[in-house]
Ligand binder design. Structure first.
Ligand code: SF4
Length: 386
């Protein structure tokens, strides 16, 4: 039997995909990049933006046509955790045979065996929250150019930013034990990990991983302590570097920056999503920091970490955002001068507080601000030689 796995969304989904790929191999499936030859298609989905969700539902239709007769489609990831989507799957997307949420990752083989044995459709309501399971198989896709591997250290989020669905689909924060994370990182450094699947050569490779990403929705609230974990991982012997994502500006502080500066294998790289440069918008977003506090953290990080590369996320068109609020965002970009920016246009998500608020910024204004934002960032990158 041949399976095709497609991962949408964030790096955390990529890490979940590594686990699912590991399970598929353990269960005797061969993997293919060509969904046309697959008996089983597994889609790891993202619910953060409505656009991504709509696009994926559109793609689902294509799985009805062509391909192998009897092909089964599995939908997992954040979309599958939304009741609204499960309802749609039950009623309209009958080509999906199995769906389950992110907290159920470890039960994938049980669900799949049941599907193989009984057929039918299994649209499962997974728990919101479950401890992160240890000992799951891993088969990483290593991009030969980037040569990097993801290690999930925590999942879920307790921050409840007013626009974000993550706390509702990934559940509350749960951390892996430091020993388990350290063992996984050590395995990667010492090349004792399970085989790594090379997408270009379509083979498994034992190439050494040189860049390891510690992942979580908010790594800074890792328990018991993120700087300690970072120091332990970055102090291992070997030829590798460590980066991490995503940091929440409220929880990133001097102790973290000092560990970054003093630990041998930690890259001088910090992704610190600001979202907006306006105090009023940050408050409405429930981000938990002010513009001034954010800029103070940036100054502290730059002062402590030599050669620091800073990147960020910015959203335009949040409900209530005025032209002046947007100008405050542009002035923040000028002040910080990020090396790279991930930019988004606000899209309301059902089930979040902001999803209920009137959308005060028209689509036209949002697009116009978005283009101005890109223009400013492009110039900053050019001036910095990026
Ligand atoms: S911190 Fe990030 S993941 Fe958590 S609610 Fe806010 S935007 Fe969502």
């Amino acid at each position: 039997m041949v399976a095709h796995l497609a991962v949408y969304g964030c790096q955390q989904n990529q890490a979940d995909g590594d686990r699912l790929r590991g399970f598929l191999l353990e269960m005797g499936y061969a993997l293919t990049d060509d969904r046309g030859e697959a008996d089983l298609v597994v889609l790891v989905t993202c619910a953060v933006r409505k656009h991504a969700e709509t696009k994926l539902l559109g793609h689902l239709g294509t799985y009805l046509h062509g391909g192998k007769p009897g092909r089964k489609v599995v939908l997992c990831g954040c979309m599958a955790q939304r009741e609204e989507i499960r309802e749609l799957l039950r009623k309209r997307y009958k080509q999906v045979s199995l769906s389950f949420g992110p907290a159920d990752l470890g039960r994938f083989p049980i669900y799949l065996r049941r599907l193989e044995a009984e057929g039918g459709r299994h649209i499962i309501t997974s728990p919101d929250t479950a401890p992160i399971e240890e000992g799951l198989p891993v088969a990483r896709v290593i991009d030969p150019e980037l040569n990097r591997a993801n290690v999930t250290i925590m999942t879920g989020c307790d921050n409840f930013c007013s626009y974000c669905v993550v706390p509702y689909v990934r559940g509350r924060e749960r951390s892996r034990a430091p020993e388990a994370v350290l063992a996984e990182v050590r395995g990667l450094v010492e090349e004792t990990e399970t085989p790594e699947y090379d997408t270009q050569n379509r083979t498994f490779t034992a190439d050494r991983t040189r860049e390891i990403w510690l992942l979580g929705q908010n790594v800074n609230s890792y328990k018991p302590d993120f700087p300690d974990l970072l120091r332990a991982c970055g102090s291992l012997d070997g030829d590798f570097s460590i980066r991490f994502m995503t940091s929440h500006p409220r929880d990133a502080g001097t102790r973290l920056f000092e560990v970054m500066a003093r630990t041998p294998h930690i890259a001088p790289f910090l992704h610190l999503p600001v979202q907006s440069g306006s105090g009023a918008v940050l408050k409405a977003m429930n981000r938990g920091y002010t513009r001034t506090e954010y800029l103070e953290k940036i100054r502290a990080a730059k002062a402590v970490i030599p050669g620091l590369t800073l990147t960020s996320d910015v959203m335009v068109g949040f409900p209530g955002e005025t032209e002046q609020d947007f100008m405050d965002t542009l002035s923040l970009l000028e002040e910080v001068r990020f090396a790279k920016l991930f930019t988004f246009q606000y899209s309301p998500r059902a089930g979040t507080p902001a999803g209920e608020w009137p959308q005060t910024v028209s689509q036209g204004e949002m697009k116009e601000r978005f283009l101005r934002l890109l223009e400013v960032q492009k110039r900053i990158e050019e001036e910095s030689g990026g």
